[in-house]
Design a protein around this ligand. Structure first.
Ligand code: NAD
Ligand code: SER
Length: 319
């Protein structure tokens, strides 16, 4: 891989993945793009270009300008915002992906990585140890676009012999950039409120359990799949991926080990219905067998590290 185009670099995952890719491939070889402005740390140490994923010709011109041979597509409308704006979610997630796939095909881009999500699953999917091959009947527009995106990715693999890769991320927990409007955002917001106010009101119930992952594991998984030898991959656009699963109550208890006075209450909103359609634990043995995936962070390790970093931000007056 010589030159990588990151689309959606300014989001929760893009902010950190762009820097990690630059560390591995070199600052000049990772071109960061987003519809919105990017954090200074991304703009200061490499190329940044404004790009709407719906603008296919600009995407093509950037691929040509920078001699791009790898694309990481992170631009998306997530589940909660997607339920408020379903047509926007369809347009960005589907027409945006089609632009990526068509430009990659026509410009002979070697590898495309475009993530899916646990949102690809639905209420008829087995909720525990969700298998790799299973029922995919999501109830959100976001989930529908993720299933269609997986099928599209595999279609381009089979029909055009392209190299399209994707993983079904669980909810991602991180402390650099805030999450962009998903159902799993409570698992990040709880840390900010615990540090700032000593209490948090959860928008999902205490016993809501969802698959989650700490950002360092997310970065490792993404880069491991991106770099995996194509010959070892039996799956392509739809790898199940897992690390930790816990209820909100268990997360609050883990925070209380560090902040004993921390309090939590519960006011479920429309995001509860979304969470109720997603699995609780995931079988990711295909990822483990095909490209050696292994997570590092358990619940207590993640909580300790999150609190440490968010306390530093608070002490600096950043929120
Ligand atoms: P995010 O919402 O934080 O970031 C998405 C980025 O896309 C934003 O910077 C936004 O400005 C950009 N964007 C939106 N519309 C655009 C457009 N028209 N053109 C160009 N850029 C546009 O999302 P994220 O959490 O970083 O997610 C990245 C990918 O990972 C997405 O495909 C998402 O579905 C997937 N994913 C994320 C999670 C999670 O918990 N964060 C879980 C599962 C899957
Ligand atoms: N974190 C994402 C969301 O909640 C899952 O894809 O939308």
């Amino acid at each position: 891989m010589k030159n990588i185009l990151v689309i959606g670099c300014a989001g929760q995952i893009g902010t950190e993945l762009t820097l990690e890719l630059r560390r591995i491939y070199g600052n000049d070889n990772v071109v960061a793009t987003d519809l919105k402005d990017a954090p200074e740390v991304i703009k200061a140490h490499g190329h940044f270009e404004t790009l709407d994923i719906l603008d296919r010709e600009k995407m093509r011109s950037l691929v040509q300008k920078y001699n791009i041979d790898g694309i990481v597509n992170l631009a998306a409308i997530l589940s909660a915002v997607g339920e408020e704006h379903p047509m926007l979610a369809w347009n960005v997630n589907m027409n945006g992906l089609i632009n990526v796939l068509e430009v990659a095909k026509e410009e002979k881009v070697e590898t495309v990585l475009t993530p899916s999500s646990i949102a690809a699953f639905g209420p008829e999917t087995p909720a525990y140890n969700t298998p790799q091959e299973t029922i995919l009947k999501p109830k959100t527009m976001y989930g529908i676009t993720k299933v269609a995106g997986e099928l599209l990715g595999d279609y381009y693999v089979q029909k055009y012999n392209m190299d399209i890769r994707g993983l079904r991320y669980p909810g991602i927990i991180s402390h650099e950039a805030l999450p962009g409007g998903g159902t799993t955002d409570y698992a990040v917001a709880i840390f900010y409120d615990a540090i700032k106010y000593g209490k948090y009101t959860s928008f999902v119930k205490a016993d809501t359990m969802l698959p989650m992952m700490y950002m360092p594991d997310c970065l490792n998984a993404t880069i491991q799949l991106f770099q995996a030898d194509k010959k070892v991959l039996k799956h392509h656009s739809d790898f199940n991926l897992a690390a930790i699963s816990f209820t909100v109550e268990e997360l609050a208890d883990a925070i209380k080990k560090h902040i004993p006075e921390f309090e939590i209450d519960y006011k479920p909103d429309y995001r509860q219905q979304i969470a109720d359609t997603w699995p609780k634990t995931i079988d990711d043995s295909a990822a483990r067998e095909e490209w050696g995936w292994k997570h590092e962070f358990d619940l207590d390790m993640m909580v300790e590290d999150m609190l440490k970093h968010i306390k530093i931000k608070f002490d600096k007056g950043l929120f």
